[in-house]
Design a protein around this ligand. Structure first.
Ligand code: CP
Ligand code: NVA
Length: 303
């Protein structure tokens, strides 16, 4: 799909519904081996936060596309000494073909996108995690054969992952229920944006009500990267939002369980549920690689 060539992915909202479905289709073609591409492009990874899955899945995806990866660890580049994003972006633009940035502020990603002509990918910010959602939707489609009208309940913190699920869910016609403790709801601006797309979104503080009959149960850590100091205080507040056997019992009998990982067993999810048959967490993690291969090849104009 040539219309994706050269574009940025800063938010899942940067895709239309057709483009999102196209990426999911392409990801399946890569996964099944029907499609293979060889290129000589270079992907830069500039990660200001820790990462296992995103870093490795992007790297392997790029190698499998025949390209190269440069890990631009901020602590050994001039960004650690305060070189402005405007300057870094303009210089990296001259060397690289595509750049994935993991950072705190969404505005920083926007600055990268403004000053670099090459595609900029949001590899997680405090606001969104669009690449995660591509893999999540791929996993849901693999299990249910469709996304439209599937009910997904997200329990926990109204964070970056929740935000991208809300907007992405609106793009594909899923029913998204978000249950958080009072004061931890997703940003109203995100919910409003998704509702404008036509999203069917329920925001509640009642976890049991949210889980009833749901086909996908999803959770994430209760304290995200950068919030480590708050983690202990949050445990009692978030306890009623844990995904455990009781939660599974009131969801749809065919429900699947997803978690973007890393997980804190005994906090947002129990060991039993993580390891049960309904857990598709490991397929979900694998799909990061296929989905990002589809994204890279599309933004680079290779597919
Ligand atoms: N889910 C996810 O983005 O994992 P990493 O933080 O390990 O990249
Ligand atoms: N919400 C989590 C997601 C980690 C993949 C965080 O931002 O730390």
């Amino acid at each position: 799909m040539k219309q994706l060539q050269g574009r940025d992915l800063l938010s899942i909202a940067d895709l239309t519904s057709d483009e999102l479905y196209y990426l999911l289709h392409l990801a399946s073609e890569f996964k099944s081996g029907k499609l293979s591409i060889q290129c000589k492009k270079v992907l830069g990874l500039l990660f200001y936060k820790a990462s296992t899955r995103t870093r490795v899945s992007f790297s392997v995806a790029m190698y499998q596309l025949g390209g190269q990866v440069m890990d631009l660890n901020p602590s050994v580049t001039q960004v650690v000494r305060g070189e402005p994003i405007q300057d870094t972006a303009r210089v990296l633009d001259r060397y690289l073909d595509i750049l994935a940035v993991r950072t705190f502020k969404q505005e920083d990603l926007e600055t990268f996108a403004e000053y670099a002509q090459i595609p900029i990918i949001n590899a997680l910010s405090d606001l969104e995690h669009p690449c995660q959602i591509l893999a999540d939707f791929m996993t849901i489609e693999e299990n249910f054969g469709q996304l439209k009208d599937i009910t997904l309940t997200y329990l926990g913190d109204g964070n970056n992952v929740a935000h991208s699920l809300i907007i992405g869910g609106a793009l594909v016609g899923m029913k998204i229920r978000i249950a958080t403790p009072v004061g931890y709801e997703p940003l109203p601006s995100v919910v409003e944006k998704a509702r404008k797309i036509g999203g069917d979104i329920t925001i509640t503080n009642n976890p049991l009500e949210a889980i009833q009959g749901s086909q996908v149960l999803y959770t994430d850590v209760w304290a995200s990267m950068g919030q480590e100091d708050l983690a202990n205080d949050r445990i009692p507040i978030f306890q009623p939002y844990q995904i455990n056997n009781m939660a599974l019992a009131v969801s749809d009998p065919q429900a699947i369980v997803l978690h973007c990982l890393p997980a804190h067993r005994g906090e947002e999810i129990t060991e039993e549920v993580m390891e049960c048959q309904q857990s598709k967490i490991w397929d979900q993690a694998e799909n990061r690689m296929h989905a990002q291969k589809a994204l890279l090849s599309s933004l680079l104009g290779l597919s």
